[in-house]
Design a protein around this ligand. Structure first.
Ligand code: ADP
Ligand code: ZN
Ligand code: ZN
Length: 731
């Protein structure tokens, strides 16, 4: 008893600490990374052993014993365990909750960490002789089954072997000793077929060689416009990783994991590929996770949370579209998978590649500082040219569904010449709101400081912030007027206008509403690629790295939303969106055109972007950020609070600020608290306190002392609060 170690267990709880337990009496030796079932308060919880200790700050007699040890081998390999604990410390998130986020749901619930098992049949030697000697000639079903088994190398999974019938015949074969069954793991992997690779151009070859040159940590920023062949560089680098017998982890944005991308990997590599995305059920997710852990999967492709995948033989990490905001988790454990990819690669001593046509300012800054190596692809693969840009002043112009006459005419000629058109509007629904033409009343959400969006198709008004919805009103609740009109444009409305104006052409609307059903996105993109003379109309979903058809004309219906956003990243986002959408034009032989509608045609940022390109634009914005002291030149964290009581969040944040001020010294600036830009959301009032420091280290020193103590503040009981390190948005 005296020699038995004490288990330091991370239990999902808001407390920033681990809990000590004694080993259960019958337990096999416990190792860090194993899951244990422990008594916690009046409940039972599943926690992860993060360390074994020889002593505890509590007297041993006070410690409870764990109920049971769930794993025989650690569910979390040491590397992943330590990496996740590091991430919990960096984001100042409770370690038990961070680990719970990192684990597949089934493991969190105590399920065994074993893959799904299947019955697989094969023909025995005597079965083979029986087949050859014709002994089965009078049992045609048995013979048919035996023939199919004889033709398969590894045997056949029972579900594939048997149709509705044949079960009895299979049993007969088994009883005669002709067929045998075994249980095999079914990881649900995609089996790549493997195939030819393209010949890389000089830039691509240089990039791929640089990445594979040494087998050690290095971070590369692969900067190349859309269509410049970044994916081919990833594939080539991965090929070399696989040749060394190592695994590659590929992170893609939430909606970047399209069937085309997966097909491209499968066509290239004759290896098992695991996919981790939001469409999986929990069993499938666990299987893919286990396949990565066992090394069964050579390539793992996944969205944000895949950064927490265990890897048996890690060799390379790729982050595609590294600027994409979806790599940042916006609730709970607010990590950024792109940043964590760099940290994990460095801890593993392997290379990491961040790819983008519009790199984040953080990554460009890291290149300037010599932390990342820049690899540039300067030309479009296949020699396609860059599109030309035109700003279209729409002040005092009559618009039809948000389109000016000039743009409509240009659409007409493009379609007339058999070209495809892409129109971009970052607003789904029919119209941003409904307004009373008599008295000016607008449909607002009762729970948020926001308007309700009109969704004509389903006949409802919906809040895009809290999900609240109601039927479309027949008359104004204030003046009873029946003259309620949609105000402004959403993609649904533009779709109607386009369909009426261009009959005979297919309008493909791609937004969150039209792609909600499984497979809908793939079908729409398929249709877009097959057809001719289509109009693609969509939100930012279209800006992502989809393999779209050649597009002759891109129209950006409203660039002005991005120019005047309240967030300090608004202009960076706008430039990324415009550049990404524009990247869809002119991939074929013909030069494409991009038309941007704006009411601010003289805006200097727009001109900088269009005349000098994204890179120069980014440099200018970086200079501005340096002058005003914003990231990446400073480090930020936000403490957010919300409550039904309008006063409670500000009060809590004031108390928290004063608490921090005693510790902050002069290195960390405390700004606020102030109400959030949208103060009320889903019936709760929200406020935020900003922490800013020139030195990241100083900020973290303060957070490490301060955040774990917040829960003990009396004012904390009246609010929900969260800390966000390196925030993306100031919501
Ligand atoms: P990106 O990822 O930068 O958007 P891709 O890798 O998808 O670019 O390449 C764009 C297109 O050009 C793809 O159809 C790809 O197969 C093709 N391509 C890329 N590199 C080459 C090359 N070296 N030779 C011929 N075609 C290429
Ligand atoms: Zn009215
Ligand atoms: Zn709402």
């Amino acid at each position: 008893m005296s020699t038995a170690p004490i288990l330091r267990v991370a239990v999902p709880s808001p407390l920033h600490r681990c809990f000590d337990y004694l080993q259960p009496s019958e337990a096999t030796p416990v190792q860090p990374g194993m899951r244990v079932r422990v008594p916690f308060g009046r409940q039972q919880q599943i926690g992860v052993v993060v360390a074994l200790a020889t002593g505890s700050e509590f007297p041993l007699s006070k410690l409870k014993a764990a109920h049971a040890v769930i794993d025989e081998v650690p569910a979390l390999p040491p590397e992943l365990l330590e990496f996740t604990c590091w991430a919990a410390r960096y984001y100042h998130h409770p370690v038990g909750e961070a680990l719970a986020t990192a684990l597949p749901v089934l493991l969190r619930q105590g399920e065994q960490a074993v893959p799904h098992q299947q019955r697989r049949w094969h023909l025995t030697d005597s079965g083979r002789s029986a087949l050859e000697s014709g002994a089965l000639s009078r049992a045609p079903t048995q013979r048919a089954l035996a023939e199919r088994l004889a033709a398969s190398r590894q045997g056949l999974i029972e579900g594939l072997l048997l149709g509705d019938t044949g079960r009895q015949s299979l049993r007969a074969l088994e009883q005669k000793g002709y067929a045998a069954v075994e249980m095999v793991a079914d990881f649900g992997l995609i089996e790549g077929s493997g195939g030819a690779s393209v010949e890389l151009n000089a830039d691509q070859a240089a990039a791929s060689e640089a990445i594979a040159a040494h087998n050690d940590y290095a971070c590369y920023l692969l900067d190349g416009i859309t269509g410049s062949g970044k994916t081919e560089v990833y594939l080539s680098a991965i090929e070399q990783t696989l040749a060394r017998g190592e695994q590659a982890l590929v992170l893609v944005p939430e909606i970047g994991l399209t069937p085309q991308l997966v097909e491209r990997f499968a066509r290239r590599f004759a290896t098992p590929i695991a996919l981790l995305h939001s469409g999986l059920n929990e069993r499938e997710r666990l299987n893919a996770w286990l396949a990565a852990r066992s090394g069964e999967a050579a390539i793992v492709i996944g969205t944000r949370s895949a950064i927490f995948t265990p890897l048996a033989r890690p060799g390379l990490i790729v982050v595609d579209e590294e600027h994409d905001p979806s790599f940042k988790q916006q609730d709970g454990f607010r990590y950024c998978a792109r940043d964590l990819a760099v940290v994990r690669a460095s801890r593993l001593g392997i290379p990491v590649v961040l790819g983008s046509a519009t790199p984040s300012l953080e990554s460009l800054y890291n290149v300037q500082r010599g932390r990342y190596t820049l690899l540039r692809l300067r030309q479009r693969a296949g020699g396609a040219t860059l599109p030309s840009f035109r700003l279209l002043d729409i002040r005092s112009k009559t618009l039809e569904g948000g389109l000016s006459q000039a743009l409509l005419e240009r659409v007409q000629t493009e379609l007339g010449s058999g070209g495809q058109v892409l129109l971009f509007l970052n607003r789904r629904g029919f119209a941003p709101t409904l307004i009373c033409h008599e008295c000016g009343w607008v449909a607002a959400c009762s729970r948020c400081d926001a308007r309700l969006t009109l969704h004509q198709g389903v006949g409802r008004l919906r809040c895009h912030h809290c999900g609240h919805e109601r039927r479309i009103l027949q008359h104004c609740p204030d003046c009873r007027s029946l003259d309620l009109r949609p105000l402004g444009q959403g993609t649904e409305r533009v779709e109607q206008v386009l369909e009426a104006r261009f009959p005979g052409h297919r309008v493909l609307r791609i937004d969150r509403d039209s792609t909600r059903r499984k497979g809908a996105m793939a079908r729409l993109l398929d249709e877009a690629r097959r057809g001719e003379g289509h109009i693609l109309l969509g939100t930012q979903m279209l800006a992502k790295g989809h393999d779209l058809p050649d597009i002759g004309l891109v129209g950006i219906l409203d660039a002005d939303q991005g120019l005047f956003g309240s967030d300090f990243r608004a202009s960076e986002r706008l430039a990324q969106l415009v550049t990404q959408v524009a990247g869809r034009a002119g991939r074929a032989q013909r030069r494409g055109e991009v038309i941007i509608q704006t009411r601010h045609p003289e805006h200097p940022l727009l001109h900088l972007l269009l005349e000098r390109g994204y890179e120069q634009f980014a440099e200018e914005i970086l200079r501005e950020r340096e002058v005003v002291g914003l990231p990446p030149y400073t480090s930020l964290a936000v403490l957010r609070a919300e409550a039904v009581d309008p006063q409670a969040p500000l009060h809590f944040l004031e108390v928290a600020r004063d608490h921090a001020r005693q510790r902050a010294g002069t290195q960390v600036e405390l700004l606020g608290p102030v109400p959030a830009p949208m103060e009320r959301r889903a019936g709760r009032y929200r406020a935020q306190l900003l922490l800013q420091a020139a030195e990241r280290r100083e900020l973290h020193r303060l957070l490490a002392q301060w955040v774990p103590q917040l829960h003990a503040l009396k004012a904390a009981r009246k609010v929900r609060y969260s800390i966000d390190v390196d925030p993306y948005e100031m919501l």
